[in-house]
Design a protein around this ligand. Structure first.
Ligand code: CAA
Length: 379
């Protein structure tokens, strides 16, 4: 078992860390307040090779492993998790093409994304189908070689900014998961329109939208996999993208610990720095140990993916543990900062708001527990 990073991984980590410290962290509060989309920063991340990292080298991409992606994601998220979500979301949008596209489809869609800054969104969730993917209602009606899509997607990350969408729709809702198909759809396709931007509690720099499909015509050449394979493509995608979500949560948690340690050294109570009191020391110690455990679970699940193993259970372990830990750790950070922590003059209330989303998106932590339990009980 080897815990040390390679020279290449250390270099990648250094690039991501510098970008987070020098370019993201200084503007994170500003974007949190305005809710604007930091497009130039996301583009810079792409130029540095920190976004769309899953595109294989044979299609012009950087072809990072899952472990590499987790290493860089923790760093970017240290700077701001809203911005990190927008950076990461490209791999989520691209993954269905990477894992299920034919050679022609991968050349057609991946090469341009590797050559030119492009934003890609993953359109799975719907107003009445968040956790229950098999219950989705976006309708795909087949007419010869064309599908007509009608319906609505919601909570789509980068939805208002994307150039390309990977979209899941059903041929017949009564057939549940067996009727779902996956498609690649460019943003300028007639009938596709962007709806309301959500006014979120946290991660306000990421753009979260409703997307409408009103008679959107999609040629069958833009269908990924066979008819009815869309559900499994979505599940296999999420198996691969949950470890980076765990890494993102670890980045938030590490930032909360760093801020708390600095504050505990400086802030005085009863004539002494608050870090001299065991009540605060115990909170810091718990934060640090949970961060280490979260990182280990994350890298283990990523390592399984890189080894070609089915990682559903381990991806869910990592996602669930790291995001629950981030929630506890950021809540304790606010506690350590006391009254100051509850104001926007200090960075920890943002971390706590940002952490909450981690327990909800890419499958709620209740869904992660369901995935784990089903794997345990499988005969
Ligand atoms: N890999 C491959 N196949 C899988 C699979 C996986 N991980 N999981 C399930 N399957 C297969 C099953 O084996 C089964 O196959 P057969 O028909 O051949 O037997 C089929 O898929 C159906 O599986 P289930 O019976 O387990 O399906 P279910 O309806 O009970 O649902 C679920 C399972 C786990 C609840 C699923 O609906 C789920 O993961 N829900 C959460 C959705 C989610 O994570 N959404 C996140 C949206 S993206 C987002 O949030 C991103 C963002 O904004 C940044």
């Amino acid at each position: 078992m080897e815990f040390s990073l390679t020279d290449e991984q250390l270099a990648l980590q250094g690039t991501a860390r510098r970008f987070a410290v020098e370019e993201i962290a200084p503007v994170a509060a500003q974007y949190d307040q305005s809710g604007e989309f930091p497009r130039a920063l996301i583009q810079k991340a792409w130029e540095l090779g920190l976004s769309s990292t899953a595109i294989p080298e044979e299609f012009g991409g950087v072809g990072l492993s899952s472990v590499d992606t987790c290493i860089l994601t923790e760093e970017v998220a240290w700077g701001c998790s809203g911005i990190a979500t927008s950076v990461m979301c490209n791999d989520l949008g691209l993954m269905p093409i990477i894992i299920s596209g034919t050679g022609d489809q991968r050349r057609e869609w991946l090469i341009p994304c590797a050559e030119k800054f492009t934003l890609i969104s993953f359109c799975l969730s719907e107003p009445e189908a968040g956790s229950d993917v098999a219950g989705l209602q976006l309708r795909a009606e087949r007419d010869g070689d064309t599908y007509h899509l009608n319906g609505t997607k919601c909570w789509i990350t980068n939805g208002g900014e994307a150039d390309l969408y990977t979209v899941f729709a059903t041929l017949d809702r009564s057939t549940r998961h067996q009727g779902i198909c996956a498609f690649v759809i460019p943003a300028d396709t007639p009938g596709l329109s962007r709806g309301k931007k959500e006014d979120k509690m946290g991660q306000r720099a990421s753009d979260t939208r409703v997307i409408h499909f009103d008679g959107v015509r999609v040629p069958s050449s833009q269908r990924l996999g066979a008819e009815g394979e869309g559900f499994k493509i979505a599940m296999r995608t999420l198996d691969r993208t949950r470890p980076p979500i765990a890494a993102l949560a670890t980045g938030i948690a590490r930032r909360a610990l760093d801020e708390s340690v600095n504050y505990a050294r400086e802030r005085k109570a009863f004539g002494n720095p608050i870090g001299t009191f065991q009540a605060v020391q115990f909170m810091l110690a718990d934060m640090a140990k949970e961060i280490e455990a979260a990182r280990l679970l994350t890298l283990q699940s990523a390592w399984m993916i890189d080894g070609g193993r089915r990682a559903s259970k381990y991806s869910s372990f990592a996602k669930c543990f790291a995001t629950d830990a981030a929630m506890r750790i950021t809540t304790d950070a606010v506690q350590i900062f006391g009254g100051n922590g509850y104001t926007k003059d200090y960075p920890v209330e943002k971390l706590m708001r940002d952490a909450k989303l981690m327990q909800i998106y890419e499958g709620t932590n209740q869904i992660q527990r369901l995935v784990i339990a089903r794997e345990l009980l499988k005969t």
